[in-house]
Design a protein around this ligand. Structure first.
Ligand code: ADP
Ligand code: MG
Length: 548
């Protein structure tokens, strides 16, 4: 790497300043970025107490020259840029020369490189024995700034943020081997591999099995990666991994565009998994707009968004999107309980709200919309939403009738469930809550849990999938009380059991839906908040056709 030097005041003034080390995860992010910038092919990360006691990152990159070691802990010293022009054509992840200095101001830091070391407590350079490369050790992070410590979240939450940083780099660099050790326990030991193997290793087999490759090579934009089959979706955006010119970024308009390409293949609050590597000419991307470098400015953002939308949409349409039962765990195990729930409800729901005109016909359009006549106009229905709302109503009634008896149901043989490291951390933090809502569950080892019983309302769902989805709900901060959680599970159950968009319905099935619609007041939205029905009144139609 070229020599480290102090940036001139002019360059410093153009650099987006800001405190970047708010939590251990960000310190780790900066250290890994430095290792990648140093062309490392191996990076070993170790933490104690979520990084507060110690963080150590070793890499086998090109290292720092002895003379330069003196400068690394000073502010605005970098080997990566020299002048204005370099800022517009960055080839490295770092460029501000601030990270190590910022860390040095809030911890004890030691930098060892190619046989020499320096620390912020002993500024004299001394010789040491070590392998080629660089080791950065941080101890007592935030010890001198107790106020900062107070702002940290729970231990497991901080750990997951660290994990998520490491995962993000590991996914973007399958050619680098990574190890990650937490409190002397190995979490990851990832040899250099293919991207597919990395995805399986980090995000689990389900995601890997339902990934669709995507690629586009245009004159100015290159897109490469994977997007998920709509059969798998998640309650949070954290599996939307987007990299622009090798930098992981969090950009709301990109996320919205991607969701738009899935159109009605996903529910409103569901997100796909995407791993997208977008390459744009360097001069189109400005990384110098955000202190943590998590947002970049794209010069021609609208065009990029449009290209991306079209590309994802095309990829999805070319792919066979038929739902398969075999791989993503069969969602439902048809238990007797579910059957009895369904039977019970056929006699419920007594009150009427006659809206649909008697004996009126009903037709299906685009295998999705149903059209019928009301006393005062035309009724349009979304077949999935309406069926979902009916099922939800029925299940809720049945649950209320059964409620007093038993809360969770033993599964015939305790099930050992292996979770991803991320989900395992969530589960272990929320064991008590999980047990409260009806999962009888205990931790077996780092990432495996033993499940003895599932919530009564959810016996119709595959326990493993249900646990995974509940954890996603918990993560999206929707931790609810027991009753509310039951509502959520009932809404899952209804959503997954309901007819889908694209299903061809017979007249009989359509009439059956109408019959229920007449019987119960479903309100105007499904449990997910999407409209179920839209009425175009005669008055509205008359206005539309200029008859009044
Ligand atoms: P920046 O990455 O923005 O240049 P940092 O404070 O992160 O600023 O690092 C300062 C300098 O220290 C870098 O420019 C680089 O020359 C050197 N450096 C830091 N970490 C490493 C490493 N792991 N391997 C080689 N050089 C490093
Ligand atoms: Mg850096």
């Amino acid at each position: 790497m070229s020599k480290i030097h102090k940036l001139t005041d002019e360059v410093v003034n153009r650099i987006a300043a800001g405190e970047v080390i708010e939590r251990p995860a960000y310190a780790i992010k900066e250290l890994i970025e430095n290792s990648i910038d140093a062309s490392a092919t191996r990076i070993n990360i170790e933490i104690e107490d979520e990084g507060l006691t110690s963080i150590s990152v070793f890499d086998n990159g090109i290292g720092i020259e002895k003379d330069d070691l003196k400068l690394v802990l000073q502010r605005h010293t970098t080997s990566k840029i020299s002048n204005f022009e370099d800022l517009d054509a960055l080839t490295t992840l770092g460029f501000r020369g601030e990270a190590l200095a910022s860390i040095a101001s809030i911890s004890e830091i030691k930098v060892k490189s190619n046989g020499w070391q320096i620390s912020n407590t002993n500024k004299k350079i001394s010789k040491i024995g070590m392998p080629e490369g660089t080791i950065v050790e941080i101890r007592s992070l935030f010890a001198s700034t107790p106020a900062r410590r107070k702002f940290l979240k729970s231990k497991e939450n901080e750990y997951r943020q660290i994990l998520s940083q490491i995962q993000s780099f590991a996914l973007n660099h399958p050619e680098i081997s990574f190890t990650f050790v937490r409190d002397n326990k190995t979490i990851y030991n990832l040899p250099a591999s293919s991207l597919e193997e990395r995805i399986t290793e980090i995000l689990g087999e389900t995601v890997a099995n339902f990934s669709i490759p995507i690629s586009l090579k245009d004159s100015y934009i290159k897109i490469n990666g994977f997007i998920s089959h709509p059969q798998v979706s998640f309650k949070t955006k954290n599996k939307m991994l987007i990299y622009i010119n090798d930098r992981r970024i969090h950009n709301t308009s990109l996320i919205t565009s991607i969701k738009e390409s899935y159109k009605n293949l996903l529910q409103t609050y569901d997100y796909p998994f995407v791993y997208l590597k977008i390459t744009l000419p360097k001069e189109f991307v400005d990384a110098n707009v955000h202190p943590k470098k998590e947002i970049v400015k794209i010069l021609n953002e609208e065009t990029v968004l449009q290209t991306l939308r079209e590309n994802i949409f095309e990829t999805l349409t070319k792919h066979n999107l038929t739902f398969s039962n075999s791989s993503w765990k069969t969602r439902f195990t048809k238990t007797d309980l579910a059957k009895s729930l369904r039977e019970q409800v056929s006699q419920t729901a007594e009150y009427k709200i006659a809206k649909v005109k008697k004996n009126s016909d009903i037709i299906q359009l685009h295998n999705l919309y149903l059209v019928t006549e009301t006393e005062n106009g035309i009724l349009l229905l979304d077949q999935h939403a309406v069926h979902e709302a009916i099922l939800y109503y029925k299940f809720k009634q049945a649950y209320l009738n059964k409620k007093s008896k038993k809360f969770s149901v033993k599964i015939s043989k305790p099930k050992l469930i292996k979770l991803t490291s991320h989900k395992a951390s969530l589960a272990s933090e929320n064991l008590e809550y999980l047990n409260k809502i009806g999962f009888e569950i205990e931790q077996f080892n780092e990432t495996s849990f033993k499940l003895y019983a599932t919530p009564l309302v959810a016996t119709d769902l595959d326990p493993e999938t249900n646990l995974n989805e509940t954890l996603e709900e918990i993560e999206s901060e929707n931790k609810r009380d027991v009753e509310a959680n039951i509502n959520t599970m009932l809404s899952y159950l209804s959503c997954r059991s309901a007819i889908k968009s694209g299903d061809k319905l017979t007249k009989k099935q359509m009439k059956e839906l109408l019959r229920y619609l007449d019987k119960i007041d479903l309100g105007y939205t499904c449990p997910h908040g999407r409209p179920v029905k839209v009425e175009l009144t005669k008055q509205f139609l008359e206005k539309l056709f200029l008859r009044s």
